[in-house]
Design a protein around this ligand. Sequence first.
Ligand code: 3QA
Length: 230
Amino acid sequence: MKIAVMGAMPEEIEPLLDRMDGYKRVDYAKNSYYLASYKGLELVIAYSKIGKVFASLTAATMIEKFGATKLLFSGVAGAIDENLKIGDLIVATKLCQHDLDITAFGHPYGYVPEGSVYVRADEELINIAKDAASEKNILLKEGIIATGDQFVADEERKRFIAKTFKADAIEMEGASVAVVCDSLDIPFFILRSISDSADMDAGFNFEEFLESSAKISADFVIGMLDIIAK
Ligand code: 3QA
């Protein structure tokens, strides 16, 4: 079994690589993939670069070229749910693309023919996350994550996404990874730690908290790998 662990930005995977027993870099498709070992587990680790297209390419590459049979995503997100504060962890129960719009043809937001508005994450992996959270007494929220090719720093856009998709958090990769994994029948898991609230201050907060929140998420994924390795 090979497990893919991906992020979007270097800051999201560096704390993971730091914890590996060893790794070697393989360059492919203008990106770097790290073949790593951790407590006897075989991993492939990479950051995709930002947005749905790069994230899809990386997820598909980890599965099709590197043979990953499960995928865990670790990173940061903007909060939509007011109860989510900077540093809090949220795991996606399901994900949607908030910027996918063929409503001109009477379809709902986020829907295209032969697709679905939401893609569900793997329940077994979510259960492992719950075990990791209770073991370490960490608060782990579950919710809907909305993905789009926009850094949202705008109350109005945020309200639209909240209302249309009942989303709790927003980011730029999760739903595209979900579509790839679902299509290829690979169990996946998307974890995010809050870096900002997708409002006026989002840019500023993001820059301040990217590193610390990315580490909170990465540390949690390490805790999950500890359980999987047992
Ligand atoms: C934002 C990162 C992208 O990979 C999505 C962070 C946190 N807050 C968000 C928000 N809206 C959407 N997504 C997010 N990630 C990249 S833009 C900054 C690039 O800086 C989640 C996320 N409010 C590069 C330096 O120039």
